[in-house]
Design a protein around this ligand. Structure first.
Ligand SMILES: Cc1cc2nc3c(=O)[nH]c(=O)nc-3n(C[C@H](O)[C@H](O)[C@H](O)COP(=O)(O)OP(=O)(O)OC[C@H]3O[C@@H](n4cnc5c(N)ncnc54)[C@H](O)[C@@H]3O)c2cc1C
Ligand code: SF4
Length: 527
């Protein structure tokens, strides 16, 4: 639980997601005094909502007093889904831990800055061990449907069950820590209820508060929840070599209250892309000019596409199983996974309309009107469905092909622009083909977020980059060890450091990269 902070720490870590939690454990093990500041709440299994209709416990929109753990952010060129809370994105994520293909390690701004594939290999293994990656033992209806699609496309041999961060013990039976020789918390076996993305109410999902962060606290790390860091400044020397002052405020009460400060020798930025890039852009504008001009650039979305396919087949139950139970590569550049919400979680039906492709908004709106007239029952079937998550599967399509955006400071939030290269798009022919093939298999119809059809804005659960690695400050914000060029003891460990499209779910890679960065920090003197 949150404790009163002291005046001085060796390291303050901003954010408690994958980068933050790994940093907290590894720095504490090396004898450093660590404080983690997290703007979201602590969650216990019994506190998670039963479905995503319970908006006050699911959505993060504190200005409306919604203090959940799932955040939606809509910018000009991209809609972003992310997690907020102690454990960051692990609270909301679908537990899936694939490794990227080789192309990831050789492309983007980090190419050549290190021998990434070879150097990261031992840290991937450690990340898999720590996160408790295990092969999903049971395939359910949506996996079976995806396997049929793989077969139809001649890719059945490559279809496989996912490796997921879940404890597959006896369902609902609590046992002493099965992962860390008894040093971790008690756990219970997975029930395959499908509720992973609305928070696991069964203590079976290996969220970060049950591994890295739990062990970090045992080593003395403190966690200050419901506080948002609003400023970081060097104290004394302008390059940060004499330490930093970190300013934070309440994040969940109506009034943020007075600003408070804590001092530290070093700072680890782990606020995820939305948190870290925003903070570094603000700091550069307000007195840390040596942060690279690349800050905010090279934002990537994994070239992602999310399509929901609603089935008319009442015999099937697409809500059963872990949130992502299988995966296959439809071609050399892409991966696809079926995603599910647990029974009763139907919120997303309010945001969907039929999938329509077209070169501009007017063409798409015209096609949409024709579609609605020629398929009059499709929308009512969705809107009045009794149990939407049982009747639908979500296709998560990802590519390592490149597309980038730039984030800038806006008046209230970040804004997006197209910098160099292609912007991410909602209209990927391979994703459309997969959606249509899946619809055929499950006797359904494909739907996408309304923003995709009306504004051409893709939605992603994998926002990446913005504070990328490069060989020089002209190429990146971070050096190969993820230290900010131009400043001392200022480190970035989170998705914003991912410097190419992995083309698969990124949390394992964020974890492995943070393990590597932390392995290079020496033990505290005299420890
Ligand atoms: C619905 C969903 C499903 C997903 N499923 C998968 C999956 O199956 N596999 C996978 O690999 N990935 C998945 N992801 C993506 C994954 O969650 C993210 O890539 C990952 O969490 C990013 O880790 P991170 O270390 O960058 O930061 P995050 O995990 O995003 O954590 C950042 C934390 O910092 C906090 N923070 C931000 N700013 C501040 C501030 N100023 N002060 C204090 N705290 C701050 C935030 O509240 C947050 O808790 C999913 C995402 C979503 C939304
Ligand atoms: S399927 Fe259910 S029990 Fe298993 S990890 Fe997900 S939420 Fe927990």
């Amino acid at each position: 639980m949150s404790q009163q902070p002291e005046a001085f720490y060796d390291y303050v870590i901003i954010g408690s997601g994958f980068g933050g939690s790994v940093s907290a454990l590894r720095l504490s093990e090396k004898g450093y005094k660590v404080l983690v500041i997290e703007k979201g709440k602590w969650w216990k299994p019994q506190d998670f909502p039963k479905t995503n209709w319970r908006l006050s416990k699911w959505l993060w929109l504190p200005s409306l007093q919604l203090k959940g753990f799932f955040k939606m952010t809509f910018l000009r060129h991209v809609g972003i889904l992310s997690g907020v809370g102690v454990g960051g994105g692990s609270l909301v994520y679908a537990n899936t831990l694939p490794r990227p293909k080789d192309a990831f390690f050789q492309s983007g701004s980090w190419a050549g800055a290190a021998h990434w594939k070879e150097e990261l290999e031992p840290f991937y293994k450690e990340a898999e061990r720590m996160l408790g990656a295990d092969r999903n033992p049971r395939l359910f209806d949506s996996d079976v449907a995806l396997r049929q699609v793989a077969k139809d496309m001649g890719h059945e041999p490559e279809f496989e069950a996912t490796d997921v961060a879940v404890f597959f013990g006896e369902p609902e039976v609590t046992v002493p820590d099965p992962f860390f020789k008894g040093k971790g918390p008690d756990r219970a076996g997975c029930t395959h209820c499908g509720g992973c993305m609305t928070g696991c109410r069964y203590n079976a999902k290996n969220t970060l508060d049950k591994n890295y962060l739990y062990l970090a606290q045992k080593k003395g790390a403190q966690v200050l929840a419901e506080r948002k860091v609003v400023d970081v400044r060097p104290e004394g020397a302008a390059d940060g070599s004499e330490g930093y002052v970190i300013t934070y405020q309440h994040s969940t009460s109506w009034f943020a209250g007075p600003k408070q400060q804590v001092r530290a020798k070093g700072v680890v930025f782990s606020g995820g892309v939305l948190g870290t890039v925003r903070m570094l852009l603000d700091m550069k504008a307000k007195g840390l000019p040596n942060i690279s001009d690349k800050i905010g650039d090279d934002i990537r979305t994994n070239n992602e596409s999310l399509v929901l396919v609603h089935s008319r087949d009442k015999e099937k139950d697409f809500s059963k199983g872990v949130a992502i139970g299988s995966i296959f590569p439809p071609d050399d550049d892409s991966h696809v996974e079926p995603v599910r919400y647990g029974s009763g979680s139907g919120f997303f039906k309010l945001l969907g309309i039929p999938m329509i492709y077209g070169k501009n908004a007017w063409v798409r709106i015209g096609k949409l009107l024709v579609h609605l007239i020629t398929h009059p029952l499709e929308m009512p079937r969705i809107l009045f469905s009794k149990n939407f998550s049982k009747e639908s599967m979500i296709l998560l399509f990802m590519q390592h092909l490149d597309s980038t955006l730039r984030f800038k400071r806006g008046m209230f939030n970040l804004t997006s622009t197209v910098s160099t290269g292609k912007a991410p798009t909602s209209f990927i022919p391979r994703a459309k083909e997969l959606a249509e093939r899946t619809a055929k298999v499950i006797k359904g119809a494909p739907f996408v977020m309304t923003t995709e059809v009306l504004f051409g804005i893709p939605t992603t659960a994998h926002i990446l980059g913005g504070s990328v690695i490069g060989k020089t400050p002209e190429e990146g914000v971070l050096d190969a060890d993820q230290h900010v060029f131009g400043y001392e003891n200022m480190i970035v460990c989170d998705g914003s450091a991912i410097s190419a499209n992995p083309g698969v779910n990124p949390s394992l890679t964020i974890t492995a990269m943070t393990e590597r960065t932390m392995s290079k920090i020496p033990e505290k003197k005299g420890y």
